[in-house]
Every structure is written in structure tokens, then in C-alpha cells.
Design a protein around this ligand. Sequence first.
Ligand code: MF3
Ligand code: CO
Length: 254
Amino acid sequence: MSVSVKTEREIELMRKAGHLLEQVHNELAEMIRPGISTLDIDQAGEKLIRKMGCIPNFLNYNGYPASICVSVNEEVVHGIPNRHRILQEGDIVSLDAGLIYKGYHSDAARTHAVGQISPEAQKLIEVTRQSFFEGIKFAKAGHHLYEISAAIGNYAESFGYGVVTDLVGHGIGTHLHEDPQIPNFPQKRRGIRLVPGMTLAIEPMINMGRPDVAWLDDDWTVVTQDDSWSAHYENTVLITEGEPELLTLTDWKQ
Ligand code: MF3
Ligand code: CO
């Protein structure tokens, strides 16, 4: 396994790829409301990405047929946009998007409320987001990778949620998926030592119920086995000597 350390020039390109993707997410967030289809989101996202002069990196990745993964309620990730899938008041919807800028990839996900949602669903979204922030407390040079994993998993589990173990985060750079794999739950080993210049896509996927998932017959859509709802939160993260830099989220504090 080899984990790439980016040069200053590469970091500048990753930063730009990240900032553009943040903009895409912000614009897509604005359009979330009851009555739109999951395909509407995909089409708007692809258009934005192309208008930026970038390439949607998910499109045709291992045959994935769209630019934005749109996953509703019990769908965990990799939902396929469809013009017949209409968002309803009370749903939660996870948008996972990525793009390539001058050869460099970015990847980020957010889960949104559709209109008014239940307090339970709101809590799931918030805890999933916070689990990411618990994880990145350890995303700095000198720490070990699985400290991030443990912090995410322990936090989410403390709410009784199921942490998805079948899918993991990943390194990112000139490829969407690079080493290392980044689990969202505690490991027996401590993992690689983090070094400034590593770029990581950290992406907790958290279920309200059990952690177990299944794949639909489209071979993409991942759903919870118990039909409980699921949330996803992801940013592309740059490791530095100090606080990590969130390339896909410019304005944040713990
Ligand atoms: N963010 C996801 C990931 O990192 C989405 C990629 S899957 C794709 O695995 F096939 F849709 F590209
Ligand atoms: Co990812």
C-alpha cells in the first residue's frame, strides 16, 4: 500500500478542486425541496461541474451512470438518480458529489432534510456530521489513521446508531480512490502515521438502526438491511502539521 504525499503545486490544485465542489454542494443544497426528482439534482450538479470547466468523476466510474449519487432515507450511498423518484416532505437525502480539476479529484457528501423532518431524522443528520468532526480531531501529522476511525465510530455508536462497516473512506488525488482505506470504526491496529500533504476523503455513513447493508438489484444502491434511515457526511481533507484543512468546506469550526 502506498499513500501519496502531495507537493505544494498539487495541493493548490486539490484546494481548487475542493473549493469548486463546495460551491456545487452549496448550490445543490438550495434546490432541495419536496417535488423535485433525484434526477433533477443530478442534472443540475453535472451542469454546474461542467460550467466550471471540470469533469464529474463519478460518471461512468466502474459504470456508475450519473454524476451525483442521490440516496433517500434507507438508501445509504450510491443511489442512482431517477426522474420518477420524487422527494417528499419529511425525507432525508444524501448527495455525494465529486469533480476533477486539472487532473485532481475532490469528493464530498452532505445529507439534507426535505422540508420539515422528524426530530429523530434531524438528530441522525447532526450526529453523522459531528462524527466526522470528532474524527478529524486526530487528522493531523503525528497521529495515526485509525485514531480518526475510532473517534468517528465511538461517537456515532454512543447514540445507539449503526456504523456502516462495508464501505470506507479513502485517499484521494490524481485518482478518486487512493490508499489508504479509512474505516469509520475502531481497528485493532493503529494504521499509518499521518504526514502533511496527505489528502483523505473521510466519510462516515451512519444508520439509525443496525449497521448491516445490502445492495439493490441495480448493483449500486446500498440500503440498510433493516430499512432504518441512513446519513452520510464527507469532506476532502488535507493533513498539515496543525489543524487539518477541509478542502471542500472552507468555513468551519469545531
Ligand atoms: N464518494 C463515493 C466514494 O468515495 C462515491 C463514488 S462511487 C461512484 O466512493 F461510483 F459513484 F463514483
Ligand atoms: Co468518497
